[in-house]
Write a protein of this length. Structure first.
Length: 265
């Protein structure tokens, strides 16, 4: 698992240096940005504003709920029901949010977005049991990883990572199957440990790839969405992909750091 993440990290660092230093002969989004009309800039700014807002709401909800004993009572009573039910509720809330049309101003779309972000925070609340310092370190590392991957996607040639959708979906399917298998096989067994490694390290690589894909997807949509379309550009829907990528990267970084702390003890 560590070798996989280390190899992916080296490839990512190499790609960042290659595209960031302008060694590629192809033009990237960061080069085209000087020619963007104001509407494209506004779309991207709005998308990342909602992305930052989602993270802030999630962090606030996770911290607030972690101060309550109710979530820990539910976790002790039925951890599988809490996690499984929470995941299903999160998927349902994201689908509801994305199905609503976007309009400026406070409306049903924004309430659904806030509810979805708060629900994700509820699922993450038990992570606070690992201790504030570890969670803060994991958040800082996640910010560095997300920033580096986002910059790589912005510097890379247009559509370079948009062809990764199929392979990433297949990889995600493998991670989901491994995650389901790890619920029934303890990590103390060889198979269970292998499934846990796929879920953690493989998932980290897969969601890193999705972040590259979704970042370029945002840029493509901002550039090509018709100005007078029947349904306007939706920055909330555009931000949900990179938001969930970031959450999944954070969860896996926390898991890796927590396991390293346990080994030291």
């Amino acid at each position: 698992g560590r070798a996989l993440v280390g190899g992916a990290g080296l490839v990512g660092l190499g790609a960042l240096c290659y595209y960031g230093l302008g060694l590629s002969s192809e033009v990237g989004a960061i080069d085209r940005s000087v020619m963007w009309p104001q509407v494209v800039r506004d779309r991207i700014h709005a998308t990342y504003a909602y992305f930052a807002g989602s993270l802030a709401v999630t962090a606030g909800a996770a911290y607030s709920i972690s101060r309550s004993r109710a979530v820990y009572t539910m976790m002790r009573a039925s951890p599988l029901l809490f996690v499984g039910g929470g995941m299903l509720a999160t998927i349902a809330s994201s689908m509801i949010c994305m199905s609503l049309p976007y309009e400026a101003g406070l409306n049903g779309k924004h309430f659904a977005w806030l509810a979805h972000s708060s629900l994700v925070g509820t699922i993450l609340a038990p992570i606070m049991l690992l201790g504030g310092p570890l969670v803060v370190r994991a958040a800082v590392v996640t910010a560095g990883v997300v920033g580096a991957l986002s910059l790589t996607a912005a510097c890379a040639p247009d559509g370079k990572f948009l062809t990764w959708g199929g392979p990433l979906a297949i990889g995600l399917g493998g991670v989901v199957m491994a995650s389901l298998g790890s619920l029934f096989l303890p990590a103390t067994t060889a198979v269970g440990a292998g499934l846990q490694a796929i879920t953690t390290y493989g998932g980290l690589v897969i969601f890193g790839g999705f972040l590259l894909y979704d970042t370029q997807k945002i840029i493509r949509q901002a550039e090509t969405h018709p100005l007078y379309a029947s349904r306007p550009y939706d920055p909330i829907n555009a931000s949900i992909g990179i938001y969930m990528d970031t959450i999944n990267i954070f969860i896996r970084i926390v898991t890796i750091m927590a396991s390293q702390n346990n080994r030291r003890r």
